[in-house]
Ligand binder design. Structure first.
Ligand SMILES: Nc1ncnc2c1ncn2[C@@H]1O[C@H](COP(=O)(O)OP(=O)(O)OP(=O)(O)O)[C@@H](O)[C@H]1O
Length: 510
């Protein structure tokens, strides 16, 4: 660029000399020719300056570091980016041989200049900037002269710290993703094994046979039954035995979502669909259940306005997000459940008839617990066992107490029974729960002929055993020691201790 400025200054000098000569004598013919020549030179100069590309300026503005050496490996040039990314100053390398610098090992390692010179080919490698202990991606290319000898070696240094950071982030995300998948698999598995359910009654074993038959098909199932009868347990069983058990299972309680949000929760919305909508839009529960199963619990509470959209999903397997235009295809198995009388809702125009029939492909009607005597018996035994283990107790029921539980209507069905037994095991201070305890806990009056129920349904030996155990336990509890209790019961202290052992009374638990 310095040379170019010199040329421009020289032209300006010639122009001013010619102007002086022209002023003194217009007729000097040689001046005209010299002027034409000068115009020609100026045009060429302007063309040149217009097209001239300043190599250094360009090189210094490149993002990558550039390192140029001659065919022997002597350093000729490094650009600003190289200085900035490596911390190596120009005076440390210019004029020095790359091989020597490399041997010294103070500035960089893994330079490819000497390899390029040797192989006469492009070389890619990972190098290290020693001072910063930074890894760089190095690419070296040879430039040949007309004899095929290497004239220059151009090295491109790319700082890969950002790339490395990105790589670490991706690796971390991959690990997190793997862990999340493991967790999902674990939770799915847990959900499946934890809720096997007890089905001892004939009506339920028949029902379970039907459920197990339809589970592997993709049929829509409508489960009805009073609250707490086990509709969700059945839905879980269908999912577990279906071909979609490795895919998502999304449970939606339709009655828990405010009516105005049901549509966007189920089908999602596009960005800016409504005032409070999130900027990115939102994926709906149907999309979350993609290729899996969705349980629409309390389907009877589904607003009428949404029912037609749901029908379209069931029939055409497609829907449109709120505020969207694009039709989204979806493959989801639908299980619906309700404790409401859907037929009555249809009659009262609160539920679409076509949707009702579309859902009711396979109806599963779960009877209330009061009609499942065998289940009740098995469930009581199971819940007592579970809670005894949970609270480290050995609670049991007298036959009379059992009779009361069987006579009770259980309006809250299995959920009520489950909670009742847990409460009973937790709060009781006795091991044997009798009719009076159960009645009190259930909040029902016991009739006078049931008052002696401690002995109901058992023989004399067991009745005596029970009475003895009850009396000894009560006395120890009341008087605080076996010595005082024995005084009040009119027997020796050693007899009380022996009896406690025999009848299995743990003094520490009293
Ligand atoms: N057959 C069964 N064996 C063991 N436990 C059961 C059985 N059926 C239901 N349960 C238990 O009873 C409780 C209620 O069951 P579930 O939630 O399935 O009833 P639901 O009919 O769906 O109730 P809701 O209508 O209120 O939603 C749960 O804790 C469940 O584990």
């Amino acid at each position: 660029m310095e040379d170019m400025s010199k040329v421009r200054r020289m032209m300006e000098d010639i122009e001013s000399i010619m102007a002086i000569v022209r002023d003194s004598s217009e007729s000097i013919s040689g001046i005209g020719k010299a002027e034409e020549l000068l115009i020609g030179i100026r045009n060429t100069y302007e063309d040149f300056t217009r097209n001239y590309l300043d190599f250094r300026e360009i090189a210094d503005n490149l993002y990558d570091g550039i390192y140029i050496s001659n065919g022997k490996g002597d350093t000729l040039f490094i650009n600003d980016a190289y200085v900035n990314t490596t911390g190596i100053r120009k005076e440390e390398v210019i004029g020095r041989n790359v091989g020597d610098i490399e041997k010294e090992g103070k500035l960089f390692r893994g330079s490819v200049t000497m390899q390029v010179i040797k192989s006469k080919k492009m070389v890619n490698s990972l190098g290290t900037i020693v001072r910063q202990n930074k890894e760089v991606l190095v690419t070296g290319r040879p430039i040949f002269d007309e004899n095929g000898d290497i004239k220059l070696v151009v090295i491109n240094n790319r700082d890969i710290s950002d790339l490395k950071e990105l790589e670490t982030k991706v690796a971390r995300l991959q690990v997190e993703g793997k862990m999340s998948n493991e967790e999902i698999r674990f939770l799915r598995q847990k959900q499946l094994t934890d809720k096997k359910g007890i089905f001892a009654d004939r009506c339920m074993t028949d029902l379970i046979r039907l459920v197990d038959t339809v589970a592997p098909t993709d049929t829509t199932v409508l489960i009805t039954g009073e609250s707490g009868t086990g509709k969700e347990v059945i839905a879980d069983r269908i999912y577990a035995n279906s071909n979609r058990s490795e895919k998502p299972f999304i449970k939606v309680n339709c009655s828990a979502i405010p009516a105005e949000l049901v549509e966007s929760e189920l089908f999602g919305y596009e960005a800016g669909a409504f005032t409070d909508a999130s900027k990115q839009g939102k994926i709906g529960l149907f999309e979350l259940a993609k290729d899996g199963t969705i349980l629409l619990d309390e389907i009877g509470d589904m607003p009428l306005s949404i029912q037609s959209k749901l029908l379209r999903v069931l029939q055409q397997k497609e829907f449109i997000r709120v505020g969207g235009k694009k039709t989204i295809k979806i493959d989801v198995r639908v299980i619906a459940s309700t404790n409401k009388d859907l037929k009555a809702a249809v009659k009262e125009n609160r539920f679409r008839e076509d949707l009702y029939y579309r859902l009711n492909v396979v109806p599963v009607l779960i009877p209330p617990l009061r009609e499942r005597a065998e289940d009740l018996k098995a469930l009581i035994a199971e819940f007592i066992d579970v809670n005894n283990r949970k609270y480290r107790k050995e609670v049991s029921l007298t036959p009379g107490a059992m009779k009361i539980l069987h006579g009770y209507a259980w309006p809250g069905n299995i959920r009520e029974l489950e909670n009742f037994i847990e409460r009973m095991v937790v709060i009781t201070r006795k091991e044997r729960i009798d009719i009076r305890d159960v009645s009190r806990m259930l909040g029902i009056e016991k009739s006078s002929d049931e008052s002696d129920s401690l002995y109901d349904g058992i023989d004399l030996k067991e009745a005596v055993h029970n009475l003895e155990k009850e009396m000894i336990a009560a006395a120890i509890r009341k008087y605080g020691s076996t010595r005082k209790a024995s005084e009040h019961l009119g027997i020796d202290q050693s007899t009380i201790v022996k009896k406690c052992k025999k009848i299995g009374l743990d003094l520490n638990k009293l």
